[in-house]
Design a protein around this ligand. Structure first.
Ligand code: GAL
Length: 810
């Protein structure tokens, strides 16, 4: 034995045991050991039930994403009245055509030690799609309704020492959604084991009511279970240095109310997402009973007439996008790597704000927004008491609306990213007196739970809400589309500003261009694709520039949230009736997360730090030789010259002659000839400052792989998103290639899914083969729990195989 090591060993033991002693609460994520079965299962809640033939799954889990796509699933014969439809027609892909409807069961067995039995044990669901009924050891312990809500039960009394059996029944009705809602335990499930005398679930509320350059007042309200005790709260900065602390023994109505000073505070903002944290320790009779850590940011938000929204004293416009909660080929099962990739793409585009349309965001997404710097509009409902879809939230509104809002606010209010709540989206309750009362009732609940943030509703019935007073009572009047009514609404509403709570709904398919190039509403083509010349929109919506003009010319418009940042499953407008369209065309990025041309239009305006110089369309138009093939350039520069095979097509300058001419450079009379398209951009003085070329490609020859991250975490969850494209023998990308490819992953990872962004594709995401769409697709590789090398190979007939080495680390 090496005696020199003994003191270190002793220290280690002391550290471990002191750590054990101070560990007053445990959070155990129930991610493994689940079994799952689709369909009704009699007695599945019983402890003795035999689930040996059930499927083993990990949670988060989306049971429907594995397909197959089927036209008949949740086929809705309806008139979508909010789209202005009067006659009912068959809508096939409305909720994604994936098998999400019906009943399913999950079971999990977990151990509880005898010593934990006299503790308080909470079972927390961060979302369960939907109408969860929860059973413990054969007994029903609770239920919820809304699939997007976070909820928990105190299960202390129902547990036994040793094995406990948890069973969850979920039911998704038909006609319950307007998009793919996912299915199953798609967010985390956890057990929280703590002392009887402890800090309540979501019992901490941190605000920063006074902020100056020299100091900030941090107010920390902490709800606890008992009526006596001492709370020691310590604030740490981002480098783990103690900033200040306070011990309090005044407990009123089970709540400690502490004010702590932070000197020279570093303010949180999208540009500098600086986070502090509090560690609160609860002592009762001098014994440490509970300890929790809460991240927070110090930032000031204000909404003022005429000035609009300011963050830390600086007028800031929302350059936002709306996001549905599905992660494309991964379905709705929450995954941090996938969320982070989305936000990384949006950050590069210059986005500063996210709206979680039309429901509660995941905790993972909010944490990422805190850390990466995004403002957040957290929404709750797409329906109140009046239905949009027969089996929608209207069935639960009266009983659940208050509970759902309370849980939303209490669970998420410490996130500095959240700067606004939304109580609803285009609710049919915009019509009628009852709706005005409901709007006030809901807004008051938000105010009671959180007096620091305003509330909005995305309103599309602008005339009705002007007349009824609905719009006037909103903290923030949010308009969905209806750009022609902004001026009138601004005059009629008392708030002194307006938000574009939902904008654009321009439609396009990545890499697909249609001729002639012209503006069109609800335009449909035989291939069920929309043109990437970005001139097509819906009967209720508009083109990006119609919003840009309002944002730029009206100081009282406080920003916009574009519909949507990424394509999502379901709602394939304008092809709602056209099978096999099964996912949206609205995204600025496609379902695979690949940028469409529109990405560069927004980037040229929103990313003010980096250059954007993007040419469209691609230059592979065999058969169009000699035909008019307009060329657009999306750029932050004001003017540029275009050359086709060295011949100038003239200089274009942005001007006010039309909304498009103000923000795009367009050469409408270019005649197609294969070769090189080159654009030279000029600065304000007319000096050439940048240039870009695209070339006509030859035949596909070789597969090229490009990962978003080469090193991933060996945690069984992390993902690398690999963009797959094909190039010709000279390395030029082939933008029209549709080759069928196959994927193989070797080493310490597995093939997870692929997606090509084609809204009409019925190929299944989880099978290791897919066709390219417009020359590209994305393969997702998932880490195992073992670290080491990973090899991805992608093969295709007649193509040189693409090979890529990745690695995973602990
Ligand atoms: C809006 C609605 C969104 C989506 C969008 C499509 O009216 O709020 O959920 O349906 O239209 O343009």
């Amino acid at each position: 034995m090496n005696f020199k090591k003994i003191p270190q060993l002793f220290l280690l033991i002391v550290l471990i045991s002191s750590n054990l002693i101070s560990q007053t609460r445990k959070t155990i994520e129930l991610s493994e050991n689940w079994t799952f079965k689709k369909g009704e299962s009699k007695n599945a809640e019983k402890v003795t039930f035999n689930d040996k033939d059930w499927q083993e799954v990990t949670v988060p889990h989306d049971w429907a994403i594995y397909g197959p796509f089927d036209k008949e699933i949740d086929k809705q014969v309806v008139a979508i009245t909010q789209n202005g439809e009067k006659v009912a027609t068959e809508k096939t892909g409305r909720t994604g055509s994936l098998p999400h409807t019906g009943t399913a069961w999950y079971r999990n067995k977990f151990d509880i030690s005898k010593s934990d039995l006299n503790k308080k044990i909470i079972l927390l669901f961060e979302g369960a799609m939907s109408e969860p009924e929860v059973f413990l050891n054969g007994k029903k312990i609770g239920e919820w309704a809304y699939g997007y809500s976070y909820f928990y039960f105190d299960i202390s009394k129902d547990l036994i020492a040793g094995k406990n059996t948890l069973a969850v029944k979920l039911t998704n009705k038909e006609y319950a959604s307007r998009w793919y809602p996912g299915a199953g335990l798609y967010r985390k499930v956890s057990l929280i084991i703590k002392e009887k005398e402890s800090i309540n679930q979501w019992g901490t509320f941190i605000t920063t009511p006074i902020i100056s350059k020299d100091e900030a007042k941090v107010n920390i309200k902490t709800k606890v279970s008992g009526e006596s005790g001492v709370l020691l709260t310590t604030i740490f900065d981002a480098n783990e240095n103690v900033v200040n602390e306070l011990k309090s023994n005044i407990l009123l109505n089970n709540e400690f109310d502490q004010n702590i000073k932070v000197k020279n505070p570093v303010l949180w903002s999208p540009e500098n997402p600086y986070l502090y944290k509090t560690v609160s320790k609860l002592y009762v009779n001098n014994e440490l009973k509970d300890e929790i850590t809460t991240n927070f940011g110090i930032r000031e938000i204000k909404y003022e007439p005429k000035k609009g929204f300011s963050l830390n004293g600086k007028i800031t416009k929302f350059k936002g996008v709306c996001l549905h909660h599905d992660l494309g080929p991964l379905g709705t099962a929450i995954n941090t790597a996938a969320l982070k990739r989305q936000l990384t793409i949006l950050k590069d585009m210059g986005v500063n704000a996210i709206r979680s349309s039309h429901n509660m965001p995941s905790f993972e997404q909010l944490q990422l927004c805190d850390e990466m710097g995004f403002l957040f509009l957290a929404e709750s409902f797409d329906e109140w008491a009046k239905p949009k879809v027969k089996n929608g939230y209207n069935r639960f509104f009266d009983e659940y609306a208050e509970k759902d809002i309370v849980n939303l606010v209490r669970a998420t209010r410490n996130h500095p990213s959240i700067v606004m709540w939304s109580s609803g989206n285009e609710v049919p309750d915009q019509w009628g007196e009852e709706g005005v009362k409901r709007a006030k009732w809901l807004q008051d609940i938000f105010h009671r739970e959180d007096p620091t943030r305003p509330v909005t509703v995305g309103m599309d019935q602008v005339k009705a809400v002007m007349a009824s007073g609905f719009g006037a009572i909103m903290d923030i009047p949010g308009l969905n589309y209806r750009v022609h009514l902004y001026d009138e609404a601004f005059k009629r509403f008392p708030q002194g500003f307006l938000l574009g709570s939902e904008t654009a709904s321009t439609v396009s398919s990545r890499g697909i261009y249609k001729f002639p190039v012209e503006k069109a509403s609800m335009k449909k083509y035989d291939d069920f694709q929309s043109s990437s010349y970005d001139l097509e929109y819906c009967s209720w919506s508009n083109l990006p520039e119609d919003d840009f003009i309002l944002q730029d010319d009206k100081p009282w418009v406080i920003g916009e949230f574009v519909w949507t940042g990424f394509d999502y499953l379901g709602e394939p407008t304008p092809y709602d009736e056209s099978w096999p369209s099964r996912s949206s065309y609205f995204g600025i990025n496609d379902l695979a997360g690949l940028p469409k041309d529109r990405y560069y239009l927004y980037r040229s305006r929103w990313n003010t730090k980096e250059e954007t110089l993007h040419i469209l369309p691609h230059w592979n138009w065999k058969g169009r030789e000699g035909e008019k093939t307009p060329v657009f350039v999306y750029t932050n520069y004001n003017s540029a010259e275009l050359f086709v095979n060295g011949k100038s097509m003239g200089i274009q300058k942005k001007d006010n002659s039309s909304p498009q001419n103000r923000y795009r450079l367009m050469w409408m009379n270019v005649t197609y000839e294969p070769g090189t398209l080159k654009v030279v951009a000029f600065d304000e003085k007319g000096n050439p400052v940048s240039e870009k070329e695209i070339h006509t490609a030859g035949k596909p020859a070789k597969i090229v792989l490009s990962p978003d991250r080469k090193t991933i975490k060996a945690d069984g969850k992390d993902l690398s998103f690999v963009t797959v494209s094909v190039v010709d023998k000279n390395g030029i990308e082939c933008p029209t290639a549709t080759n069928q490819l196959k994927f193989k992953v070797k080493g310490n990872a597995s093939y997870r899914a692929a997606c090509n962004g084609d809204a009409t594709s019925l190929e299944l995401f989880h099978l290791p083969t897919m066709k390219l769409f417009s020359g590209k697709l994305v393969v997702i590789v998932q880490a195992s729990k073992k670290e080491g090398n990973i090899e991805l190979s992608v093969t295709g007939k007649g193509l040189k195989t693409g090979k890529l080495s990745l690695n995973s680390i602990k």
